[in-house]
Design a protein around this ligand. Structure first.
Ligand code: GDP
Ligand code: ZN
Length: 331
């Protein structure tokens, strides 16, 4: 785990910086471990070869930069008029994208160089949709980003929720994901979440209203994350403006908030591959009689056997079937 800690990646001299924010053609950079935000623009057109993304530089990117003539880093403030220039992007360890618009071939990089994704959900406020959560978890597996599920608003769960909360724990812990119970309102579990974020670049994802902004504030009261919904219409079309921003936690670690995003998009994945991204299925699929096995109709299927004896949850399996069906529909 140590090898993917932010500390290693963020070891940098004063010619490299991290992208903290991106709005239109302007970027905000900082050298780490300092937090000295200063503006920057791109030098000409930086494009990654073969990339279909609309933004060549994303939040979390590590970039080479040069300062304006005669300036030092110590002269640079967030509102300095003369911006620095981004000369190039250091190859990404990973990134997450979403499609720019429906049916579009273009994609938009939400964030790069992430150590861990925190998927924030609530049992009921709003109600968690398991197939949707599973889709995000599959996406994390595809990108090679470890994921932690955060169950927020535990203060609102009464005895009538107990069974569903326990079932939720069983499903996701059983699949191999850590599940943290927290409440931004009471602070319960927040210290644990803070520990999980320490020295990492963390992506916070979840549908609007689950409490992403409230949790960031609970983790570090000095932060002022945007609250409330951001219209999706801002996030479509050619001239996409992004609102993603990286925050530094006083306790250590960085959070990239993704407001207004209904989770990040699924990349193309063949139907034969989907089961590889359900860790609990991958673990037993070597024992299937046939290879490849779609784990649907084949005799001697170890995955189906595991579902039947309860080792794999029925909910996760039916998410898998749903994704399989959708892949077939669009191919
Ligand atoms: P975001 O859209 O994910 O950033 O969600 P917000 O942080 O804006 O929170 C949405 C609403 O849920 C706000 O009214 C918050 O006050 C409320 N909220 C957030 N966390 C909690 C919690 O742990 N308990 C309770 N009761 N309400 C919460
Ligand atoms: Zn099988």
């Amino acid at each position: 785990m140590d090898s993917c800690h932010a500390n290693d990646f963020f070891a940098m001299d004063n010619t490299q910086a991290i992208v903290v924010k991106h709005t239109g053609s302007h970027y905000l950079l900082t050298v780490l471990p300092q937090w000295n935000l200063f503006p920057a623009v791109l030098r000409g057109r930086i494009r990654q070869k073969g990339s279909t993304s609309t933004n060549p530089v994303a939040v979390g990117d590590k970039v080479d930069f040069s300062l304006p003539e005669g300036r030092n880093l110590t002269d640079m403030l967030p509102d300095t008029e003369n911006p620095a220039v981004i000369d190039g992007v250091i190859p990404r360890r990973n990134y997450v994208i979403r499609r720019s618009a429906n049916l579009s071939r273009q994609s938009h990089i939400i964030a790069a160089n992430i150590d861990m994704a925190f998927i924030i959900v609530t049992i009921d406020f709003p109600e968690v949709k398991l197939p949707f959560l599973d889709r995000i978890l599959v996406t994390c597996e595809i990108y090679g980003i470890p994921a932690t599920v955060v169950l927020n608003k535990t203060d609102l769960y009464g005895p009538e929720h107990r069974e569903r909360v326990e079932a939720f724990h069983d499903i996701y812990r059983g699949a191999g994901y850590p599940v943290l119970d927290v409440s931004a309102a009471t602070g319960a579990g927040v210290a644990e979440l803070r520990e999980a974020c320490r020295d990492r670049v963390c992506l916070f994802s979840g549908v609007s209203g689950v409490g992403k902004s409230s949790l960031i504030k609970a983790l570090d009261p000095s932060l002022e994350p945007r609250t409330g919904e951001i219209s999706q219409s801002h996030l479509q079309g050619k001239h996409t403006t992004t609102f993603y921003e990286m925050y530094r936690l006083a306790s250590g670690g960085y959070i990239i908030d993704t407001p207004g995003i209904r989770g990040f998009g699924l990349v193309d994945v063949g139907k034969d591959e989907i089961a590889l991204y359900f860790p609990e299925m991958l673990k037993v699929s070597g024992n299937c009689r046939f290879a490849p096995c779609t784990h649907t109709h084949e005799p001697g299927c170890a995955v189906k056997a595991a579902v039947e004896d309860g080792a794999i949850s029925y909910e996760r399996y039916s998410s898998y079937l749903g994704m399989l069906e959708e892949e077939q529909k669009y191919r």
